[in-house]
Design a protein around this ligand. Structure first.
Ligand SMILES: CC(C)(COP(=O)(O)OP(=O)(O)OC[C@H]1O[C@@H](n2cnc3c(N)ncnc32)[C@H](O)[C@@H]1OP(=O)(O)O)[C@@H](O)C(=O)NCCC(=O)NCCS
Length: 204
């Protein structure tokens, strides 16, 4: 593994564009469904929706040479009320009807329900393609565990697409266990992802 210097820190409002770039890069196939080749527009919309959030608690970034190279977004049940509840009307007001609806749909597909109140849930984790394989993903997961403990949770949990072998193996390597797999016809139709594996790690 090539060494790389990075720091993991809490996200702030000035990171919104950097986070958006990483998220669109990491989940490129999903964004392509909504935006085709207009990657920049997808980035603008993600950045805008992050900037509309009242607070960014539970979002951490990996910084390499002052640039965001990775991000993890965590949530507990209590935080749900405070984050990710941007109404469609606010998206439409800021982005217009068509792109406002797209932003709202993306939000909907990215925010799964946390499946129990003992858990802190990983909404998403992504590392930009050029920074992968250098330990950033593992370090972000470690920060996620620390955050879950700070929040008094017993588990860290997540859902991974059943065809995402790289991420699935990484989670198993750091101690997550498969709990169940769920089929989702909607995500199958839209993204071609029909099965999601729910995983949990018990925190010591
Ligand atoms: C999953 C992801 C976050 C991992 O980030 P990363 O920074 O590359 O991960 P790390 O460098 O910390 O690697 C962790 C382990 O995964 C393995 N790994 C990483 N990339 C790999 C690859 N392309 N092929 C095989 N194994 C790989 C490494 O072997 C490493 O284990 P090791 O430390 O024992 O060698 C990153 O690949 C990513 O952003 N993917 C796209 C988005 C995504 O799928 N997110 C998860 C959705 S649930």
């Amino acid at each position: 593994m090539n060494k790389i210097k990075f720091i993991i820190r809490e996200a702030n409002k000035s990171d919104t564009e950097g986070i958006a770039k990483v998220v669109v890069d990491a989940f490129a196939e999903k964004f392509r469904v909504f935006f085709g080749r207009r990657k920049e527009r997808a980035e603008e919309i993600i950045a805008k929706s992050l900037s509309l959030e009242d607070f960014l608690e539970g979002i951490f970034v990996a910084e390499v040479d002052n640039e965001v190279a990775g991000t993890i977004n965590l949530e507990t049940k209590e935080m749900k009320g405070a984050r990710g509840n941007i109404p469609l009307s606010l998206f439409i007001k800021n982005l217009g009807i068509s792109e406002g609806i797209k932003a709202s749909l993306i939000k909907f597909f990215m925010l799964h329900e946390s499946f129990d109140s003992d858990s802190c849930y990983i909404v998403y984790i992504g590392v930009s393609s050029e920074a992968r394989g250098k330990g950033i993903g593992k370090a972000l997961l470690q920060r996620g565990e620390d955050f879950a403990r700070e929040k008094g949770r017993r588990y860290l949990s997540l859902a991974v697409a059943s065809n995402n072998d790289i991420a699935h193996r990484l989670y198993q390597k750091v101690g997550f266990k498969d709990i169940k797999s769920n089929k989702n016809i909607l995500t199958k139709l839209i993204f071609g992802i029909g099965t999601w594996i729910y995983m949990k790690k018990e925190l010591s």
